[in-house]
Structure formats: C-alpha cells, structure tokens
Design a protein around this ligand. Structure first.
Ligand code: COA
Length: 332
C-alpha cells in the first residue's frame, strides 16, 4: 500500500432518491422508445425524478444527514464539506454553501467540485489528502445531481439514460494507517470535452433567445464514442491502482463501478477477467446519477452487507471532461 499516516476511513454513508419512479414504459408513452430498447442497450429499467421543490442541495442534505447519522457524528463535528455535482441549484453560490447552512455545519470549509460522473472519486482524493495534510477531522462528501433539469426530453438517445439522486460519505481521520482510503488515481482528457457537455448557460454562451431555441441548455452526448473511451479509462485507472498496490483483480472483494450502462460494466468485468457478480449494480433502478452514482451504490452495498471488515473495495468512475478515476479502500 502506497500511502501512510494518518489514515482516512469512510465512517458513514447515506443516500437519497426522490420518491417519484419513472419506468421505461412511462418514457415510452412520451417519446419514441421502448422498455426493450432501453433495458437491452443499458440495463436501466427505471429512474427517480426529483419532484417540485427538490433540487441539488435539498437532495444532498438528505443524503448528508443520513451519512452523519450512520457515522455517529454531529453537524458540529464536520469541518470540511465537498459537493461533487454537475450543476447546483443556481450557477452560484455553490451547492456546498446551501447545504452548509441547511445542515447547520457551522465550522466548515466548503466548496463544490466539478468532475461530472467521476466527481465522488475526485472528491475522495481531494478530501482525504486535505485531511491528511490539514487539521480536518471529519468531512462530508456529498454527490448530488438533479440531471432531469438539464435533460432534453425530446432527445431519446440521452434522456432515457439519466436520473436524479444523492449519495454521501463521512470521512474520518484515524490513527490506523492500514485501513480506509488506501490509494486513488484520477485523470482527465479535456480534448474530448465536446463528446459530453452542456454548451449553453456558461460564460461562452450565456442564455439568449437563440440558445434556448437551439436547445443548447441541455446535456449533449455522443454515446457510442463515450462508451468506448469509458471502458478504456475505467480499465486503465483500475489497473494503475491495483498495480501500484501489488494487488490482482481477484484480491478485490467488491468492485463499485460508476452506474452508467450495464454493458460498460460487463465489458469491464470481461477485460479485467473478473466475474461480473463481483461488480455491484443498481443502475436498473436509478439510471446514471452522475456524481451521486457511486456513493448511492456504496451505501446500498453496505446496507446489503456486501462489505465486511478487511474487504478490499475498488470504486471506478468515468464521466464528462472526459474524466476518470479509481479509489481503493480497505474497509475498517
Ligand atoms: N429508444 C429507441 N431507439 C433509440 C433510443 C431510444 N431511447 N436512443 C437511440 N436509439 C436509436 C438510434 O436512433 C439508432 O437508430 P438508427 O440505427 O436507426 O440510427 C439506434 O437506436 C442505435 O443507436 P446507437 O447510438 O448506435 O446505440 P448504442 O448501441 O450505441 O447505444 C447508448 C446507445 C447511448 C446506450 C450507448 O452508446 C451508451 O450507453 N454509451 C455510453 C453513454 C454513457 O453512459 N455516458 C455517460 C458516461 S458518464
């Protein structure tokens, strides 16, 4: 293992999914698609869609509250809050600012982190190293996404793939250096930015009548290209972390991949020669929830008691940027 004192563990997890379930069949009544097409190409059967009044910060608060409860810490114990998200309630201030006040986190450094679907992995990397080198004792990392607000519901090739939700983890500094977040690797290839982006609403293209008419304020994606690159970089980032920790794929007890497409996960399992049963999958019920995907999966894996003390867990992400990353955890 490459990293040493002090240790940083995930001491609690929580997740929140809006109650409204939208099935593939429901979508097929609104657009030219079918349950057969969506489930056979992606593995997705349904997704959650945020209700009126729900937004990035409100969903993140629910997940964060549950993670603090699970970790047995109080809001006053948290001194660092990082919110990986594609899009906050508004362009500024950050979702972290809104969550900070609603969760009554009075003494925190807090900011959003923009690494799209790899955001939780980036968050673990940044936060664990801030904790190792700084005075922070307990941190909250909350991936929260209301993707339904930026989906083009007239575009069947993207809108069927995504959903809303939030997942959170409390990170705590411990004396034991042999457990917790052992290593992580992250990367980004911005030359591929246009393969998955939302062109409108930023400084290059502020909202105009034309940008609205061109539907530039919605997510755009070249799915087949992203698929190929996702597989390649998820494999590479997993292999890099395994190699530098002298581990083989079979030494990992549970893989938690980004939940974008079952075919991506199955291809990854085949390439690294690991039975697909070792990969946690819940995308059938949530679709792709971007930065919330891995923390929701982690929380569900824990609830299902799929993670035991001493287990090696490898989380592998991929997203817009194009970004990627893997985090190795030895569960305490
Ligand atoms: N329902 C029915 N048909 C659809 C459809 C839908 N929701 N979406 C697209 N199609 C059609 C296309 O129009 C195309 O029709 P055509 O052959 O008549 O032109 C056909 O299905 C095949 O489209 P294609 O894009 O080649 O399908 P695919 O097998 O590559 O699957 C994705 C498309 C998007 C599911 C797949 O490329 C993918 O998952 N990519 C990765 C995307 C992703 O996960 N991104 C997030 C990363 S964080």
């Amino acid at each position: 293992m490459t990293r040493s004192a002090p240790g940083v563990i995930i001491s609690g997890t929580g997740s929140y999914a809006p109650p409204r379930i939208v099935s593939n069949h429901d979508l097929s009544t609104q657009m030219n698609t079918s349950d057969e097409w969506i489930s056979s190409r992606t593995g997705i059967r349904e997704r959650r869609i945020a209700g009126d009044g729900e937004a990035t910060a409100s969903m993140g608060c629910e997940a964060g509250r549950l993670a603090m409860q699970d970790a047995g810490v109080k809001p006053s114990d948290i001194d660092l809050l990082v919110v990986p998200t594609l899009i906050s309630d508004m362009l500024f201030p950050s979702a972290a600012s809104l969550i900070q006040t609603r969760l009554n986190l009075r003494n925190v450094t807090s900011f959003d982190l923009s690494a799209a679907c790899s955001g939780f992995i980036y968050g673990l990397e940044v936060v664990s190293n801030m904790m190792r080198s700084g005075n922070y004792k307990h941190a909250l990392v909350i991936g929260s996404e209301k993707l339904s607000s930026i989906l083009d519901w007239d575009d069947r090739s993207t809108s069927v793939l995504f959903g809303d939700g939030a997942g959170a983890a409390v990170l705590s500094k411990v004396d034991d250096t042999g457990c917790g977040i052992i290593d992580s690797y992250t990367g980004n290839d911005g030359s591929k930015a246009k393969l998955l982006c939302m062109p409108g609403g930023g400084t290059a293209m502020p909202a105009t009548k034309e940008s609205l008419e061109n539907r530039d304020h919605f997510l755009k994606m070249n799915g087949p290209e992203v698929f190929k690159i996702a597989v390649r970089w998820m494999e590479q980032s997993a292999k890099i972390v395994l190699k530098r920790n002298n581990l083989k794929p079979e030494d990992i007890d549970l893989f938690i991949p980004h939940q974008a497409n079952l075919r991506i996960i199955e291809t990854l399992a085949r390439i690294i020669k690991i039975p697909k049963e070792k990969f946690f999958v819940n995308l059938d019920r949530y679709g792709n929830t971007s930065a919330a995907s891995i923390p929701i999966a982690l929380d569900e894996a824990r609830q299902k008691e799929l993670i035991q003390t001493g287990d090696n867990v490898l989380m592998i992400a991929f997203g817009a940027g194009l970004t990627w990353g893997s985090t190795l955890i030895k569960w305490q």
